[in-house]
Design a protein. Structure first.
Lengths: 113, 116
């Protein structure tokens, strides 16, 4: 069964450093998302992406964040200058079409020290 | 803006028993979808069940079923014959069906423990 994959599974970085989190959505899916979950809290929406552009973004998704689909398969989230409060689990999700469920990747645990 | 409320932070159930997790939501939309996701200790988000708002019939998936009360804006999850592997966080989620690429809005979750 096709699945969403994410790399790395765990990333440790120092405050102020740039990180890139990578996702490979399910191959025929058209809609892509990034969410984050701070430990012990609910899952929060960051950004949605369709047709090579951002569809919607939350207040969390400020100028430090960017997304890209550099080729036909990868979908990346970049944090330019990480802060301690960026420590969280980051989930990528994709879906085939409107009204369909979103499938989540296994997540990347980001630890900022 | 839509909101999703899960009023039970933690619940426990004996193995083989039945448990119901509550979820209410607030929206002015008429077309939307509701989901339950399971998050085991591995923290993977796994879709359990979905419900389209325009369908009156409650969704079922094996031991999992929902009680969808549209007028009351309630969407509870019933787990029958609970198994140890059902131990996880359960998140209720809402998705607007009218807009384009809309995200999921999650509740805060209910931590379910199945006891042997």
């Amino acid at each position: 069964e096709p699945e969403v994959t994410q790399t790395p599974s765990h990333q440790v970085t120092q405050m102020g450093q740039e990180v890139i989190l990578r996702c490979v959505p399910i191959s025929n899916h058209l809609y892509f998302y990034w969410y984050r979950q701070i430990l012990g809290q609910k899952v929060e929406f960051l950004v949605s992406f369709y047709n090579n552009e951002i569809s919607e973004k939350s207040e969390i998704f400020d100028d430090q964040f960017s997304v890209e689909r550099p080729d036909g398969s990868n979908f990346t989230l970049k944090i330019r200058s990480t802060k301690l409060e960026d420590s969280a689990m980051y989930f990528c999700a994709s879906r085939l079409a409107l009204g369909h469920e979103q499938y989540f990747g296994p997540g990347t645990r980001l630890t900022v020290t | 803006a839509q909101t999703v409320t899960q009023s039970q932070p933690e619940m426990s159930v004996q193995e083989a028993e039945t448990v119901t997790l509550s979820c209410t939501y607030d929206t002015s939309e008429s077309n939307y979808y509701l989901f339950w996701y399971k998050q085991p200790p591995s923290r993977q988000m796994i879709l359990v069940i979905r419900q389209e708002a325009y369908k009156q019939q409650n969704a079922t998936e094996n031991r999992f079923s929902v009680n969808f009360q549209k007028a009351a804006k309630s969407f509870s999850l019933k787990i029958s014959d609970s198994q140890l592997g059902d131990t996880a966080m359960y998140f209720c989620a809402f998705m607007n069906g009218n807009s384009g690429n809309t995200p999921l809005v999650f509740g805060k979750g209910t931590r379910l423990s199945v006891i042997a």
